[in-house]
Design a protein around this ligand. Structure first.
Ligand code: ADP
Length: 578
């Protein structure tokens, strides 16, 4: 992305927080001004009021320095607190924008990008941006103002002495840059290692059933041990940098102050300075070391912030691959006739990529119930995912009620299609929340009605917390059949005219299967239904069946006709895969 565009995008995030920004930067300005004025007050006492034995002015000056000292503390407090608040509010705005943007992106984006990476962008990256967003300008402002102010006063007082004071600066700056840089990079490594630990734990806990059934606990512990060891190493490296930085800082600060006294003593000896200047310079030395280190840290922090913001910009620039038409033609109601003509599709964007669907033609009347059958990998789920426009056809068209789905908004199509997945995803919340996901503003009565229709209400009633029972992560506290029925209840609430049902293959017990079949029949009635069928009983019940193989429809008809063909369908049937 172009730097100017990036910069404009960045400034946008300051805009809503102008007041905070003003408070933050003006307090930084005040801290810098006071750091310059306080030592100068001391010079005035020692150099002007003391030789004139002006007790009143000495008193006023001491009072003024004392008040400045308190103000310094107050402005520092305001700057530290509200500067961080500014950063964190900007971070929250960016996070909200990023989350909203992620919701817009198409399936292909999520196929390409790992969840862990997206998570680290939305958490760690944004934190570095927020830190840089307030620290970088604050530190730059504070350090440049303090250093230039202090050295201006020092040069006005005693140019020779001030020049000598500049000599060790490069050493301090280089030291600061090396160790600050190491520390900041080290902490970034530590954050990465913590992310590795988290993802390792997440992976292992999610797969705990696999781990235990393969008795691979030792293997998991060994892998975790390695990740943990890398974390310790990263931390140890940071401690080395921290120790180098802190010990160095102290030596340099004390050394610098001592040098000022030493050089000052020599200059007094040769009549090139007076005691008041030496003391004032000594006091200045305390105020200028902090800005020097701030300046060193600024470079690294700024770079990190910029590269994190570039990554943020990349996601925000990512365009949803599937776009709504500029002038949508959403019909007032959908009856549910689906016509798929000469449809070709591949996941890969590469022209040479393998076709997953080849020249598919399907004609489904409104209210008809059809089955898609075929071996695993034949392309059934892909075909079903194309109807709600989760993926875009490379060639050919899909029309609903005679209107090409490309001419409708995605929201409109998707509100008119209900999908029941083979392995339904339940959110880590209550049964009520999971059902009302189908219609977030549903009333309690509607939710109960949907649960009854989906044959899950009797089960819910047996739970101590009823509808308020937590389903656990991904619905782990429920059986496969119960999850399916909850996802059917969701679709009852949604009440769409078109239904896509990926039948569960996992061997459900008879009772569960019966309950699902019954709920499903009720759900299908009066709706156009596409069932990815795995059971013969389902195929028999449907109006028409399409048989898929290697991305093509190789046979079609009703069960008896298909059997009579003695082709691929009858082969599948004889193998008992139906
Ligand atoms: P079925 O539902 O008949 O089992 P699918 O539609 O799931 O078949 O898969 C058809 C082919 O598409 C398979 O070869 C599979 O590997 C591939 N495929 C499925 N989903 C994706 C995806 N998101 N990205 C890339 N390839 C995919």
């Amino acid at each position: 992305m172009k730097k100017t565009k990036l910069f404009k995008r960045f400034l946008k995030y300051y805009r809503p927080h102008k007041k905070l920004m003003f408070i933050d930067f003006s307090s930084a300005f005040m801290v810098a001004t006071l750091s310059t004025l306080m030592p100068y007050g001391i010079k005035m006492i020692l150099d002007n009021y003391l030789p004139n034995r002006d007790l009143k002015m000495i008193g006023i000056a001491i009072g003024a320095i004392f008040i400045m000292c308190i103000l310094y503390g107050l402005f520092m407090y305001v700057n530290t607190r509200w500067g961080h608040v500014l950063g964190v509010r900007m971070e929250a705005d960016m996070r909200a924008d990023m989350f909203a943007h992620l919701q817009k992106l198409s399936f292909k984006y999520f196929d390409r990008n790992k969840t862990g990476h997206i998570m680290s962008r939305i958490s760690n990256d944004l934190t570095s941006i927020a830190e840089a967003a307030h620290h970088a300008p604050e530190d730059l402002l504070m350090s440049v103002l303090t250093l230039s102010g202090a050295f201006t006063f020092m040069f006005i007082m005693n140019p020779l002495f001030a020049t000598i004071c500049l000599v060790p600066m490069p050493l301090i700056v280089i030291w600061g840059m090396i160790f600050q840089g190491r520390m900041i990079r080290g902490f970034r490594q530590v954050r990465k290692k913590v992310a590795d630990i988290n993802s390792r734990v997440e992976n292992s806990i999610q797969g705990i059933r696999e781990v235990k059934s393969f008795t691979n606990e030792k293997h998991e512990i060994r892998i975790f041990g390695e990740v943990n060891r890398r974390f310790v190493q990263a931390r140890e490296d940071v401690y080395a940098a921290m120790a180098g930085f802190h010990s160095g800082i102290h030596v340099l600060i004390y050394g610098y102050s001592l040098m000022i006294i030493g050089v000052g003593a020599l200059l007094i000896y040769y009549d090139r300075a007076v005691m008041a200047e030496v003391i004032t310079f000594y006091v200045y030395s305390h105020f200028i070391t902090r800005p020097i280190f701030q300046l060193c840290g600024f470079i690294e922090q700024f770079q990190q912030g910029v590269s994190a913001f570039e990554r943020f910009g990349e996601i925000m620039e990512e365009q949803p691959e599937i776009k709504d038409p500029p002038k949508p033609q959403n019909p007032p109601v959908i009856k549910g006739a689906i016509k798929i003509s000469n449809l070709w599709f591949r996941y890969s964007d590469d022209e040479q990529g393998e076709w997953i669907l080849r020249d598919i033609n399907l004609d489904i009347r409104a209210g008809q119930k059809i089955a898609l059958v075929g071996e695993s990998g034949a392309g059934k789920s892909t075909l079903a995912a194309m109807i709600p426009r989760f993926y875009e056809a490379v060639r050919g068209s899909i029309c609903i009620d005679g209107i090409n789905i490309m001419a409708m908004t995605q929201r409109f199509i998707r509100t008119n299609i209900g999908i029941v997945q083979q392995q339904p995803f339940l959110f880590d919340s209550t049964i009520r929340d999971n059902i009302s996901f189908g219609k977030p503003d549903a009333t309690e009565d509607e939710i109960i009605r949907a649960a009854i229709d989906a044959n899950i209400y009797d089960f819910i009633k047996t739970l101590p917390d009823g509808m308020d029972s937590e389903v656990g992560e991904r619905g782990v506290k429920l059986s496969g059949g119960q999850k399916q029925r909850i996802s059917i209840a969701r679709v009852f609430l949604k009440n769409p005219p078109i239904l896509v049902f990926d039948e569960a293959t996992s061997s459900l017990d008879n009772e569960s299967e019966e309950l699902i079949r019954d709920a499903m029949e009720r759900l299908c009635s009066g709706r156009t239904t596409i069932i990815i069928a795995h059971r013969l009983s389902t195929v028999r019940d449907t109006d028409y069946t399409y048989v898929m193989r290697g991305g093509e429809i190789v046979e079609q008809g009703v069960h008896q006709e298909l059997l009579a063909l003695k082709g691929y369908y009858s082969h599948l049937y004889s193998l008992n895969t139906l």
